[in-house]
Design a protein around this ligand. Structure first.
Ligand SMILES: [Zn+2]
Length: 64
């Protein structure tokens, strides 16, 4: 379908990939980022704790 876009995009979409593990993250009731798996800590593909917490991927190219 064409012509259905045009809405203003917020700085962050409601959900976006975690910058650490790539899992989808979203806001919990307290405004903290949490993974869609309901875990605050990142986990690798094998289920190991990665030592980082849910954080949205930074928008724009200034992610260094
Ligand atoms: Zn993560």
């Amino acid at each position: 379908m064409r012509g259905t876009r045009g809405g203003r995009l917020p700085p962050y979409p409601r959900v976006c990939p975690c910058r650490h593990c790539g899992l989808v993250v979203l806001h919990d009731n307290d405004g903290n980022w949490i993974h869609a798996s309901l875990s605050y800590t990142c986990r690798d593909r094998w289920g190991g704790v990665a030592g980082t917490t849910a954080e949205p991927a930074a928008p724009g190219p200034a992610d260094a």
